[in-house]
Structures are given as C-alpha cells and as structure tokens.
Design a binder for this molecule. Structure first.
Ligand SMILES: [Mn+2]
Length: 331
C-alpha cells in the first residue's frame, strides 16, 4: 500500500484523536460514496473512541440510500464551534449540504474530486482515487493498529467504493482499489445484501428504462442525450434522483463518447439537472461552464431551459466530433 500523503494523514489522525466532538459533512444530492464515507467514518470513530461525540450534520433524505441509514440531523451551530469538522467527497464549499460547516473550530477536507477549492484547514485530496471511500479505507489501513472497524463500518466504505467505481470498472480503479476492497471484505461485508439494496428495482423503473432506450437520441458527432421532463417522471412515479440514475444506461453505445441526461427537478426556479458522462473525452470543463463540475469523465451541471439543454448538447457533440477528427483510438 502506498501512502503518498502520509504526513497529511498523520496530521488528520492527530486532530481526530485530539477533539472530543467531531462533526461529519457531505455534499448535497447524496450518493453512495458520500453516505458510505460519512456513515463508515462515524462508525469507525465511535468504535474506536466511544467517549467522543461523533455526528453527521445533514438533513437530506434519499429513498435509494435509506437502507444505509439516512436519519441525518443538523448539529446546532453553537456545538459546531468547539468541534472538528470533516467534509467528505465534496470539492467546493457551495456543494456542502450543511453550509455552516465553516463554523467548526477546524475543518478537514477529504476528497477525490478535481481540486478547485481548498476550503479546509487541512486538505487531503487524491484525484486519482476511484472514491472517497477508498481514501477512508486507506486511512483505516494506515492506522489499523489504533482504529477499530467492524463489518458494518467496512460495509459502508465498501458501498461507496462499489458505487463510485461502477463496480470496479471505471478508470481510477487500480491495484490499490482492489487490495483495499479485499481488506474490507475480510472484515465480513455482506455483499449479497448490499447488492440487493443497491440494484433491485421496482417494475416501474424497468419500464422507465425501456422508455429511456426508446427515446434517447444521438447527435451527428455521436453525443447521446435523454431529456426527462416532469410528465415522464410522473408517468413512471420517479423522483428526480431515481430518474437521474439512468445516465449509466447509455454508457456502452459504440461511437458515443459523451452522453447526457437532463432531468427536470421539482425546484420552483425551473432547475434542470444535467449528468455528464464520457470516455476518452474529458467532460469536467464542459460541466464547469454549465454551473457544475466533478471528475474528468463523470460530472454534473445545471441548466434552466430546454434551449440551454440543447446548447449544452450541441457543445458536447462538437467535442465528440473534434475528438474523432483528431484521434484514431476512439471506440
Ligand atoms: Mn465520490
């Protein structure tokens, strides 16, 4: 195991040991990685130091991740002041779900997104890691003599590794990823139960997927997009979160280097969520031009009209076409 940021990790470990009150934060629009990292960290710290107060400050709910325990609460402001805040899986301060995290006496950022806002007093960022849960597993492995982790805690970290890496398929999955996943499995993770929780879908969702395949469209350069308005979500009984999961359905279309899912949300301001995925062509720059950001090949943004959605699609399609003009290695 390589610990490229051993000194930063040592500093984080020292601070965690020092504080009696630790508050964990994550990003809005929760996913398996940020829930797994916060729940796993909470579990690990409570097992190791039962006398410490360890809490997650976040009041979001998620139907899909309810099985992982989403009963988040908001920690009162005055209690943040004496606490160590640890923000997991969140690249910039605007994306932290509880905006008051900077009220903590000290803040630690642990993340694997492209660094653009080092908001922590201590920042541990490794962009090559396939998930922040992988970093949590690295952290545990470095201090495994002192830290305690059981099958439940290991299961949370494993969940984030599985979901953020597309079951260990996406770029970023390397030897370390699998060694760390193996270490977690050795602690007794119930993978059968986890996969049932993650991948079983009601019948209406499968029907919705069939609709997506029927209605996705390819632009001349090869960029594929699906546009999901509120009517379609209502027809299949899906919230914006469940509807957005379909971006992964379009990942294996030959000649399609960027694929996009537009999902109308319930927001009053007409917010349309965009999920961008790509191979060979980086899409994070495109995402940041459209009020978002993320990883090189998986990012998100926001548009406010169909017209903007079409413009983003055209821009992405031009990037596909340009890549094809200048490379021969695409598939
Ligand atoms: Mn992540």
């Amino acid at each position: 195991m390589k610990y490229e940021n051993g000194a930063v990790m040592d500093e984080i470990f020292r601070k965690i040991r020092e504080y009696d009150s630790i508050v964990l934060f994550r990003h809005r629009r929760v996913d398996g990685d940020c829930v797994g990292a916060t729940r796993g960290f909470e579990r690990m710290l409570k097992l190791t130091w039962p006398e410490k107060r360890v809490r997650i400050s976040d009041a979001q709910s998620s139907s899909r991740l309810a099985f992982a325990g989403m009963e988040g609460k908001i920690v009162p402001e005055e209690e943040l002041k004496g606490s160590l805040g640890i923000v997991l899986d969140t690249a910039d301060r605007e994306r932290v779900s509880d905006k008051r995290f900077l009220s903590c006496r000290e803040v630690i950022k642990i993340d694997h997104h492209i660094e653009k806002d080092p908001y922590g007093d201590v920042n541990w960022v490794e962009e090559e890691r396939s998930s922040v849960c992988e970093m949590c597993a690295v952290f545990y492995s470095r201090y495994s003599d002192a830290l305690r982790l059981d099958s439940e805690g290991a299961g949370y970290f494993f969940m984030g590794m599985v979901t953020d890496s597309g079951r260990f398929r996406f770029s970023g999955t390397d030897g370390d990823t699998l060694r760390l996943a193996g270490m977690l499995l050795d602690l007794g993770v119930d993978t059968g139960r986890l996969y049932s929780n993650l991948y079983l879908r009601d019948m209406n969702e499968w029907k919705y997927r069939a609709w997506v395949y029927e209605n996705m469209a390819m632009a001349p350069g090869g960029c594929v997009r699906i546009y999901i308005d509120k009517k379609i979500r209502e027809r299949f009984g899906l919230d914006a979160e469940a509807a957005a999961a379909v971006v992964s359905l379009m990942e294996n279309i030959r000649g399609c280097l960027i694929w996009l899912a537009f999902i109308e949300t319930d927001g009053e301001d007409g917010e349309i969520r965009v999920r961008l995925r790509s191979r060979s062509v980086r899409c994070d720059g495109l995402a940041s031009r459209w009020r978002g950001g993320g990883h090189a090949f998986a990012s998100g943004g926001t548009v406010y009209s169909r017209e903007e959605a079409d413009r983003l699609w055209a821009e992405a399609d031009e990037m596909c076409a340009e890549y094809k003009r200048t490379h021969t290695d695409w598939m």
